[in-house]
Design a protein around this ligand. Structure first.
Ligand SMILES: [Zn+2]
Length: 257
């Protein structure tokens, strides 16, 4: 049954995390996170265009935080975006980093926590929409053989510990993130994988992994657009959003696997 999703009118903002000057985490081989974010975001935009979302928008910000973070949200609000997706690559707290030598340089790494992670804010004006899209994105990533990292629930994460609110899809709650709480549309932040993990860094740098993630994002946007605009019959065929809102306690005992 065809859905009523109007792809050509659906506005997705793909926000490239960090800036060229303040580039985020450093990979195990000394590549800044921003380079990973930019490449993946470009592939995601192309996958969205190919799927008919011709208004897909790549948001590159040069203003440093914090002002730059507010600018990102303001941009999405001004163009009345339907969905906001921030693209990042993960690291671990400094105290969990080990060192090795790569190409003659001392570099930091941590091989323990590979996988993606999705974040939403309960302060977003469309929390249900954010959670629905986060759920769909996690399902599409897993359908392509990717897994989320459960380590954000661990006590050793300290102030970066997060509540896992969708243990099926790998969606965590991170209320304070400015780009998620100031946007007036469903918004998620995707950590596409860990660039301090020496094996996963190589995968994340490959076109194959980028195309898996891009295809998952495009499929999740299709699912989301259809769920939000489709006839009731089409909506019933989708995974129940109820499964996504079952709260899961952020204790070690609640780890999915
Ligand atoms: Zn980042």
């Amino acid at each position: 049954m065809p859905d009523s999703c109007q792809r050509a009118r659906f506005r997705v903002v793909v926000d490239v995390g960090h800036t060229l000057a303040v580039p985020g985490a450093m990979s195990a081989r000394g590549i800044p996170e921003y380079a990973f974010n930019l490449q993946l975001s470009q592939d995601i935009k192309q996958a969205l265009l190919d799927a008919g979302f011709v208004q897909a928008d790549l948001l590159i910000t040069t203003t440093a935080p914090w002002r730059g973070l507010f600018e990102r949200a303001a941009y999405a609000n001004n163009i009345h975006a339907d969905l906001f997706i921030a693209i990042h690559h993960d690291s671990v707290p400094d105290k969990l980093m080990q060192t090795w030598e790569y190409a003659g340089q001392q570099q930091g790494y941590n091989d323990d926590y590979p996988g993606y992670a999705i974040f939403i804010s309960n302060d977003n004006s469309d929390r249900a929409g954010s959670l629905l899209f986060g759920h769909l994105l996690g399902e599409e990533l897993q359908a392509r053989g990717l897994h989320y990292t459960p380590h954000y629930t661990l006590p050793l994460m300290g102030h970066r510990r997060r509540e896992l609110i969708d243990a099926e899809a790998g969606v965590y709650r991170y209320d304070q993130l400015i780009v998620l709480r100031m946007t007036r549309m469903p918004a998620v932040l995707l950590e596409a994988g860990s660039i301090v993990n020496r094996q996963e860094e190589l995968e994340l740098a490959s076109p194959e992994r980028r195309s898996l993630t891009s295809a998952a994002v495009a499929a999740a946007v299709e699912d989301f657009c259809a769920a939000r605009s489709g006839p009731v019959t089409a909506r019933l065929a989708k995974p129940s959003p109820k499964a996504a809102v079952q709260p899961v306690r952020a204790t070690a005992g609640a780890l999915p696997r």
